[in-house]
Design a protein around this ligand. Structure first.
Ligand code: PAF
Length: 283
């Protein structure tokens, strides 16, 4: 049966008792407003570890925009209800005061990752992500932790955190789960009305257009230009960035070579709601 935990000390105790019995732990950090994408992470964790812990915490330190934090969807009761029907064993739902007993003094800086894409447009965001993920890893000491590919730059940031600080955990990146329309699942989609949702499905289409052009031998410039033109003729989409970068480093690539793995990433605003998406291609 799903156990709901709100205190850090109770989380440590519950996880500790599983570990004493020799059980392995998988952690799925979330900010709630759970959807099928999150549930796929839970099932993936369950397939690889004995015990699955989900955390639900809308982390204030990773929001660089107060309005975005205030409007972030919260649905604790239905999240617990949803999780009770999955293979999740423990759900950790701390308050902000429980999670941050005092304002953290440390600041995390992820080097060049701070200056591109999400880092560039959301200053301070990765400091908050790094802090909260480090706390969750410290409290749970999981064998594995699961994150979605939709936030690929977040995954690279967390990989740097774990590597640079020698945190003993295996990180897993799970594929993007999409609506029938192609729209990447996101808690933020809850804030879109039907018209905006249908507009938002064009974000994936623009990625597909560019991906197809590249895999059929066109230059990155041409692919980017066509994607821009496609999105530019649509009303109500405000594109923030559209980048074609190396899958591992997320850095620009001077030219495309056979065997390379690229990722096409974008962020856009639709009706004031910020959405991101990406698509990975192999040449
Ligand atoms: O991806 C998210 O939902 C959040 O950034 C995370 C990893 C749970 C940290 O708050």
């Amino acid at each position: 049966m799903l156990k709901v935990i709100r205190k850090k000390s109770d989380l440590k105790e519950a996880v500790g008792s599983f570990k004493q019995k020799g059980k392995t732990i998988g952690l799925v950090p979330t900010m709630g407003a759970l959807h099928s994408g999150h549930l796929s992470l839970v099932e993936l964790s369950h397939s690889q570890y004995d015990v699955t812990v989900v955390s639900i915490f809308v982390n204030p330190t990773q929001f660089n925009n107060k309005e975005d934090l205030d409007k972030y969807p919260r649905s604790e009761e239905s999240d617990i209800n949803l999780l009770s029907k999955t293979s999740c064993d423990l759900v950790f739902i701390p308050s902000a005061d429980e999670m941050y007993a005092s304002t953290p003094l440390i600041k995390l800086d992820f080097g060049y990752l701070e200056n591109i894409m999400e880092g560039k447009f959301r200053p301070g965001h990765f400091n908050g992500v790094g802090l909260v993920v480090a706390k969750l890893l410290g409290l749970t000491e999981p064998n594995g932790a699961f994150f979605g590919q939709k936030d690929i730059q977040q995954f690279r940031v967390i990989s740097a955190l774990v590597k640079d600080l020698d945190i003993p955990v295996k990180l897993h990146m799970a594929p993007i789960v999409r609506e029938m329309s192609g729209l990447a699942m996101s808690s933020r989609n809850e804030r879109l009305n039907d018209e905006q949702k249908s507009t938002a499905s064009n974000l994936f289409k623009s990625l597909q257009i560019a991906a197809k052009l590249i895999t059929s031998g066109n230059s990155l410039e041409k692919a980017k230009k066509e994607a821009f033109e496609f999105l530019g003729q649509l009303k109500n989409i405000e594109l923030e960035y559209f980048e074609i970068v190396d899958f591992e480093t997320l850095q620009n690539i001077p030219s495309v070579n056979k065997g390379e793995q690229l990722v096409l990433c974008l962020a856009a605003h639709i009706g004031g709601i910020r959405l991101i998406d990406n698509i990975v291609i192999e040449l």
